[in-house]
Design a binder for this molecule. Structure first.
Ligand code: MN
Length: 430
């Protein structure tokens, strides 16, 4: 039995204010979709079954290279973070799992499991961290981790990843995500080939320790913290890693880890075609790895990514079950509100992609009718699917307007009293 973080009557009262309008909007949208030959109930049922994992690090306020401005009632530890994640799930019913970051979230696995069970939460992919030094670790990652020139540093990084698998096994996770900050800042600093050979050998050791029913995701990023070259810089290198390691290895696509204007949906299509799409870190960006809220800047691109996912679903691609995770940093918003908003935006893109008339699209493509092919996508994208999203939340016990219900609950003010204020100042992005 899960313990609600927001009193049930607050959700009931908030929903009561909006139920009539929702019923009316849902019926109107249902009639609209029926004219297109679409059953709204089928779409609502699919949306209700679509989930995205919340990152534990996302519920704390992030920062930039320049500074971090803490918010009110910041979570003090992983147990506070789980409480905040439970609020997001309670209101959206779209985020039943949490993705942990080790060592930031290190705790007794039994206590983690008990806390998550009490809140009705589960655990998604584990995330290792060899891009910063933990206190007391013997070797520094200043010059790299899995690809480091020193075998002792590589061994330490491999051990850390194996420890993440062990913690994950104890709490019911089924995947490990590996992102490294390894690379170079100057031409000549690093030998590209040797560094990648060392990385592959180290990843091979981690892969050997992966349980049968687990997957390992490698995450590429074109730059930062290394600014000249990055060992796992793009989807091509990522594909080489996944194919070299074996059938339990897949590529993870973080939407912010590409050059501006990169055709990410096409990368997604390629990885699906060759059976190596592992999952996503959803976020949005204007310039680089901005870690802004999903759909905040380019909602159409998010839709186009989902168009590829739904196309694969529609074609019945074998073994297709990508992991959906959010990876964002919230500097100026309440992180809970940002994550609620992102979970909704991700479901929105999915719902819109489900409304694409795929038979018509395929016909226009075969006839080289570029305009009508584009219009077919736009027609689905232009549909306001909010009544579907709200109805899916309402039926699952969530809030019709989750941000309004969250604000009405006073949760932030409450945890602000329980959790001591954190001092700001130093830089550091999460
Ligand atoms: Mn990421």
């Amino acid at each position: 039995m899960s313990e609600p973080r927001i009193a049930a009557d607050i959700i009931t009262d908030e929903n009561a204010k909006r139920e009539n309008a929702l019923t009316s909007d849902y019926e109107a949208l249902g009639a609209n979709l029926a004219r297109r030959g679409v059953d709204i109930e089928a779409i609502t049922a699919k949306v209700a079954e679509f989930f995205v994992a919340v990152p534990s690090w996302g519920v704390g306020t992030g920062g930039t290279r320049f500074s971090r401005f803490p918010g009110i009632g910041e979570p003090r530890n992983i147990f506070d973070k789980l409480d905040d994640c439970a609020v997001i799930q309670q209101l959206t019913r779209a985020t039943p799992t949490v993705s942990l970051h080790i060592p930031w979230d290190k705790a007794d696995p039994k206590e983690l499991k008990a806390k998550a069970d009490a809140l009705g939460l589960g655990f998604d992919a584990m995330n290792s961290n060899t891009f910063s030094d933990a206190p007391d670790q013997p070797h520094s990652y200043k010059y790299g981790s899995l690809s480091h020139v020193d075998a002792a540093v590589r061994a330490q990084a491999v051990e850390h990843n194996i420890e993440c698998i062990e913690i994950g096994k104890a709490i019911g996770s089924k995947a490990l995500t590996v992102w490294i900050g390894d690379g170079s800042n100057f031409p000549g600093q690093s030998n590209f080939t040797k560094a990648f050979e060392r990385y592959l050998a180290a990843m091979g050791k981690i892969y050997q320790k992966l349980p049968e029913d687990w997957r390992i995701f490698s995450e590429h990023k074109m730059y930062e913290p290394a600014f000249y070259s990055t060992v796992v810089q793009d989807w091509g290198t990522n594909y080489l890693i996944a194919s070299t390691l074996g059938e339990k290895a897949f590529c993870l696509v973080d939407l912010g880890h590409h050059a501006p204007n990169t055709n990410i949906e096409m990368i997604v299509a390629r990885l699906i075609q060759f059976g190596k799409l592992g999952g996503f870190h959803f976020n949005d960006s204007k310039y680089g790895d901005d870690d802004l809220d999903a759909g905040a800047i380019e909602p159409y691109r998010l839709f186009l990514v989902f168009n590829e996912l739904v196309d694969a679903e529609h074609r019945g691609v074998k073994g297709f079950h990508p992991a959906h995770m959010i990876d964002q940093s919230h500097n100026v918003t309440d992180p809970i509100e940002s994550l609620i908003s992102s979970a909704n935006e991700i479901r929105r893109a999915y719902a819109q992609a489900l409304l694409v008339d795929r038979a018509a699209l395929s016909g226009y493509q075969d006839e080289n009718d570029a305009l009508m092919a584009s219009e077919t996508l736009k027609r689905a994208y232009r549909i306001d699917v909010e009544p579907i999203l709200a109805e899916a939340r309402r039926r699952a016990g969530g809030a019709i307007d989750p941000i309004a219900a969250y604000r009405a609950s006073g949760y932030r003010q409450q945890v602000g009293k329980e959790r001591p204020a954190v001092k700001g100042g130093s830089g550091g992005i999460v």
